[in-house]
Write a protein that binds this ligand. Structure first.
Ligand code: SF4
Length: 379
């Protein structure tokens, strides 16, 4: 089996904790973005390098292509087109991943032989880290899905029920990755890592402290803030969780309702206090605030930014992107039916500041400036 990760192969400068910046090259904008005053880039491996690596690979019996965000599909098409040109009779191509699951009809138009919308039935569940040359970080999920139902989130669409994996499986997976000498960091991609923490996360932490004390841990998907009491904050700190991302989304009642009421101001302030007491510094604590949701005013986002800054934490603005299969997508598609036809319109940069009309590009920039000014003062 051969793996070709087009993002990993296009890595450049290190960003710390095993992550890299990805090389990019400006290319012509698709027609959809012609009126949007932003540049358009190809990220990752160059065509020359891709073709070169493929030419040195034994002809495969089957090609599996994965995909991520729906509005990145042009990269998937780019790969399929090159593969079709390179092999005189191309082996069957199966397209899977998040885009394929969320937009199966659209995915069928890209030229693959099949679109896989459910996981393939294989016994092996470890991430294929052994297929990378020298990976710097590993990944894991101790659970799949989320018991909550936020109106903008695709977790329920991708994983219809929330399930925890046996901890022994997750620990074996981490041990397998730690055996790769270059791996020093592990990122947890759970959507709901802290749910029922006493019977799950705390046991996991004790095992990690015992078996893998030298690894650093990260939670890029955001943690459920209300679960972070004093004990939980201590477990996070003592186990070596370095990147703490809190999902606040917004403190406006309408945003909180769309966010399953998952955290209120008092719970957020307490969580930050608990993390500081446990040993984290303010710059370690990043908080996601959503911007550009339907019906959300600029003032509401300003208020959320000021609220987060009043606690001293770092603001991370997340521009809203309509995701097919979510209730909020349907709401957006009623106003803009083209969202159902063309995934490029889902692009958060394009949708949020230019397409949706929910927020203007100027207001969006002023919110980014406000957040950056506040963040600079914390650093
Ligand atoms: S809590 Fe997070 S993962 Fe769960 S539904 Fe809401 S946004 Fe999605």
């Amino acid at each position: 089996m051969t793996l070709l990760d087009c993002v990993y192969e296009g890595r450049s400068k290190s960003k710390g904790f095993g992550r890299y910046k990805t090389i990019r090259r400006q290319i012509d904008k698709p027609l959809v973005y012609k009126r949007i005053p932003r540049k358009f880039y190809h990220y990752g491996i160059t065509k020359e390098s891709f073709v070169d690596k493929l030419s040195r690979t034994e002809r495969p019996d089957l090609i599996l292509i994965t995909s991520g965000m729906t509005y990145w599909y042009l990269g998937v098409k780019w790969c399929i087109d090159i593969l079709r040109n390179l092999f005189s009779s191309t082996p069957p191509i199966l397209l899977g991943g998040i885009y394929a699951q969320l937009c199966p009809d659209h995915a069928h138009t890209l030229g693959a032989d099949g679109v896989q919308t459910v996981p393939l039935s294989i016994d092996y569940f470890y991430p294929a880290l052994d297929l990378y040359e020298a990976p710097n970080y590993g990944i894991t999920m101790t659970s799949i899905g989320c018991p909550l139902s936020c109106k903008y989130c695709a977790s329920k669409k991708l994983w219809s029920t929330y399930k925890r994996r046996p901890l022994t499986d997750a620990l074996e997976e981490i041990a397998f990755q730690e055996n790769i000498p270059t791996v020093k960091d592990i990122a947890f991609y759970d959507d709901a890592l802290l749910i029922n923490k006493e019977s799950h996360f705390y046991h996991l932490c004790l095992e990690l402290q015992k078996k893998h004390p030298h690894l650093r841990y990260h939670t890029p998907n955001g943690l459920h803030v209300r679960e972070i009491d004093e004990t939980c904050a201590r477990y996070l700190y003592e186990t070596g969780f370095k990147t703490i991302r809190l999902s606040l989304e917004g403190n406006d009642p309408a945003i909180q309702k769309a966010s399953s009421g998952k955290v209120h101001e008092i719970q957020y302030a307490k969580a930050v206090r608990n993390l500081l007491r446990a040993g984290y510094s303010l710059s370690d604590i990043e908080t996601y605030i959503l911007v550009g949701l339907p019906g959300q005013s600029c003032e509401s986002v300003q208020k959320s930014i000021k609220f987060v800054k009043s606690s001293g934490a770092t603001v991370k603005l997340a521009e809203y992107s309509p995701i097919p299969g979510t209730p909020m997508f349907e709401e957006c598609a009623q106003r803009l039916p083209i969202l159902k036809e063309e995934p490029l319109y889902h692009n958060n940069t394009a949708y949020c500041g230019y397409i949706s009309q929910d927020i203007t590009a100027e207001d969006l920039q002023s919110l980014k400036d406000l957040a950056n000014n506040f963040n600079d003062k914390t650093r």
